[in-house]
Design a binder for this molecule. Structure first.
Ligand code: Z57
Length: 795
């Protein structure tokens, strides 16, 4: 640590030519980022040495998204340097908190799927497991959201400006990726040889982000690939004097890693997206195979030493790519290559929603990746033939990989992986009984469940130091090391003093959030009010609209019917995919309600609506510790798991939710007295859907719904009205907001009444914290290790 202080001073002298007392915050920030990275690099060297010596099996985690979140606090926290650096900087007049704020959120993901990948990297590293992540170094991460007149505006997120200091460029390990062109079969005395012709090669440059662990010797790596034009490619054009063309080709090459597609849970079928997927999977696979070959001088034992985990179908081209490398570059036969491949891959499914299951049209795919396409076609031919042999031909409409000229990537993953898992009990059941029913029949035992988990060190330890310190002292157990020990808190569920302490800590966090709300929206909120939080991507199925509809109902009841509810602050934060019109309209609706309430001297005494712009990891870290109510109100059967639900519970919020995703596990953990469940079950939703849900009947038969929707239509200020949303609710809404409204409204009333019984509420809150142990990513990743990967810790 002494050295750390010296290193900071030295860095400032060497790079900026000034002392620490002359330094700017920006300079201190850079020094801390670079020195931390270099410390981790040294530590990495040591742990990697052990890993190489042991020759143990490793996991490679492939994901188009890693929603890393800010790294500096996490790394200093994990390395145990935080307090000392804080004091050292304070001595020189700097606030570490302000330095942390300089770091941009590396927003290399959209939402739950990307954040899950990062939580798992953190947990596996803390538990000394050898894992390496692979993804893309997007020049622009998830867009910056600005709300202007209630409408979402998107701005580019130029995160590398200040974010690049955490990265280490590994110019020694760049790789070429080939697109387009043709393949020629050549026979020689040694057999069949595949020659590639007329292809376009692009360079993949690796940038490493070190992942630190808490109280561990291990440092793992997240490798991010950046696309570049190859030198030769440009030179050819230069020679012909086509200077501008060479720049064009450079721009085309570099466009591959330019930006993250901002659609979450939705497939939009763009050629550039295919290129992104192949670009990073090919670069990663080539590197993994080369490392393996250099170590063992054979690939025969590949599947014994390597597990490649596919996070959703986005990296599924790993599968044909491994086949290609084994056959075209190492001359394996199809059968041997297939035998290795099908022992190597494991696949996690994160959704059952049709619009999110990736499908590529053959016409788009084949010209870009001709060789990969022929391999997929051959996998499919052999699979179909096998289905014929085992009497499953009748189910090929459902199972065939290529169907009606589209490639169904989930089917490719299921056929080629040795393990397929869902992310919550309900989700996995639906996969087995419904979405992939036939596959489950022909591959008994292949489908398993691993309920999601979260990095509690970030979401409790770092986001809520007040609660962490208190629990540490009270419980005398190291729940940061092992979250399951937090259940000791249950012993205090009837201890008045403890319950009051917890309430006071919640109030401190509410006060901090209120400050932030004031500074970002100019709205003053009452910290005695219930902080009711719905924070997640904006999606119809997540039903922010149901929440908004209920607020409109309350508004009307307060204004015209003398209702005087207990004060409540409804907090929303959500990004909408840029092309998603309904989602953007819902944001506008929420912002309009907020404005209308603020302008009403009576209603605003009871309810407030706050929409916080630019939802991201660091904002979630501010909101979650301050929440009283956690809104998890998706239509049952649609949210694969949810992970925000776990983060909120861990911080003492009580869930108001449907029996969906991991809400089911939360319900099981806390018991029905410590959660507010409402609405149709997933079976009831299915039933109602089959029997032709008629939204208009709910409108006609329910006075509150009718009056609320009629009132919604009067919210017309000459510029905007919400008839479009009202029409949707009473006609085509597939997520059936109206079917659950009555139940939601009644349960909201119970929430309100319960909150006023402070003793009771605080106890519910305590039980939620105490029962959150199973939602640690330590538990979830341990299940991956034991049930799927079969790997050992680095010793
Ligand atoms: C995404 O964030 C999720 C699923 C997807 O298929 C895509 Br694409 C993006 C989410 C689910 O919606 C959540 O329910 C789940 O908790 C999360 O993935 C992590 O499993």
């Amino acid at each position: 640590m002494d050295n750390f202080a010296t290193d900071i001073k030295k860095y400032l002298e060497k790079i900026f030519g000034n002392t620490i007392d002359e330094a700017s915050e920006r300079q201190i920030y850079q020094a801390l980022m670079v020195i931390t990275r270099d410390r981790l690099a040294e530590k990495r060297f040591e742990s990697n040495k052990k890993l190489k010596e042991s020759q143990q099996k490793r996991v490679y985690y492939m994901s188009m998204e890693f929603l890393v979140g800010k790294t500096l606090r996490n790394n200093l926290y994990n390395l145990g340097y935080e307090d000392e650096i804080k004091h050292f900087l304070a001595k020189h007049g700097f606030s570490l908190e302000r330095i942390y704020n300089i770091e941009p959120d590396p927003g290399l993901g959209n939402g739950g799927l990307g954040r899950l990948a990062s939580c798992y990297m953190d947990a596996l590293t803390s538990n000394d497991y050898p894992i390496m992540g692979f993804s893309i170094l997007y020049e622009f991460g998830i867009f910056k959201q600005v709300i202007s007149d209630g409408w979402q505006q998107e701005y580019p997120d130029n995160w590398l400006d200040l974010g690049r200091y955490g990265l280490l460029y590994r110019n020694d390990e760049e790789i070429e990726v080939k697109f387009y062109g043709n393949t020629k079969e050549e026979w020689s005395s040694e057999g069949l040889h595949i020659r590639y012709e007329d292809y376009t090669a692009i360079k993949a440059e690796p940038y490493d982000l070190f992942i630190s662990g808490y109280d561990s010797d291990t440092v793992n790596v997240l490798r991010l690939w950046k696309s570049k034009a190859t030198g030769g490619f440009n030179m050819k054009l230069f020679e012909k004097g086509e200077y501008s063309k060479s720049l064009e080709s450079e721009a085309i090459a570099e466009s591959i890693s330019k930006l993250l597609y901002p659609a979450d849970d939705n497939d939009n079928g763009k050629a550039l997206r295919i290129k992104q997927q192949y670009f990073f999977t090919s670069a990663s696979l080539q590197q993994i195979v080369k490392n393996h070959y250099d170590t063992y001088m054979t690939l025969d034992n590949f599947a014994e030493k390597v597990v490649i985990h596919i996070n959703d179908t986005h990296p599924s081209m790993c599968i044909p790519e491994l086949m290609r490398i084994l056959m075209d570059e190492y001359e394996y036969s199809w059968d041997k290559a297939w035998s290795i491949t099908t022992k190597t891959f494991a696949y996690t499914n994160h959704t059952i929603m049709a619009e999110a299951l990736e499908k590529w049209s053959v016409d788009l795919f084949q010209p870009i990746l001709p060789r990969i396409y022929t391999i997929i076609r051959e996998i499919n031919n052999r699979f179909c033939k096998w289905c014929n042999d085992i009497g499953a031909a009748g189910e090929l409409d459902e199972m065939s990989i290529i169907h009606n000229n589209v490639i169904r990537m989930a089917n490719l993953c299921i056929v080629s992986s040795y393990s397929v898992n869902g992310v919550s009990m309900l989700h996995t059941e639906i996969l087995k009984k419904d979405t992939f029913k036939s596959f489950n029949r022909i591959y008994p035992g292949k489908f398993i469940n691993v309920t999601n988990g979260i990095a509690h060190r970030r979401w409790l330890g770092q986001a809520n130091p007040e609660l962490t310190r208190y629990l540490n002292k009270l419980l005398g157990v190291d729940f940061i090391k092992d979250l399951s020990s937090i259940d000791k808190l249950l012993e205090y569920q009837d201890d008045k003093a403890v319950l009051e302490d917890l309430e006071n800590i919640k109030n401190i966090k509410k006060l901090q959030l209120a400050e932030y709300i004031k500074s970002s929206t100019a709205i003053k909120v009452d910290t005695n009010s219930i902080f009711d939080v719905q924070i997640k991507r904006l999606h119809e199925y997540k039903r922010q609209l149901l929440n908004a509809l209920h607020i409109i109902y309350l508004y009307r009841m307060i204004k015209f019917n003398g209702l005087k509810p207990y004060p409540r602050t409804f907090i929303f934060s959500a990004k909408a995919s840029s092309g998603y019109v309904m989602a953007k309209n819902i944001i506008k609706l929420i912002c309009s309600i907020s404005e209308i309430i603020e302008a009403d001297p009576i209603v605003r005494e009871y309810i407030k609506v706050v929409f916080l712009e630019d939802y991201r990891v660091s904002l979630a870290e501010k909101i979650i510790p301050a929440a009283n109510v956690s809104e998890q109100i998706s239509q049952a059967g649609k949210e694969a798991s949810g992970t925000g639900n776990m983060k909120l519970m861990l911080n003492g919020a009580v869930t108001l939710g449907t029996m969906d995703g991991a809400n089911v596990e939360i319900h099981n953990a806390v018991g029905q007295d410590n959660i507010f469940i409402f609405g149709l079950s997933s079976e009831e939703v299915e039933e109602l859907f089959k029997n032709d849900y008629r939204a208009i009947d709910y409108y006609n038969n329910n006075q509150d719904i009718k009056e609320t929707i009629d009132f919604m239509r009067t919210l017309d200020n000459g510029h905007t009205n919400f008839n479009y949303i009202a029409d949707y609710l009473v006609s085509t809404d597939p997520y059936m907001c109206l079917a659950d409204f009555e139940s939601y409204k009644n349960t909201q009333k119970i929430v309100e009444d319960t909150y006023q019984d402070k003793g009771k509420w605080n106890k519910m809150s305590l039980v939620n914290i105490a029962k959150s142990g199973i939602f640690s990513a330590d538990r979830a990743t341990k299940e991956y290790v034991e049930k799927i990967w079969k790997i050992e810790k680095i010793k």
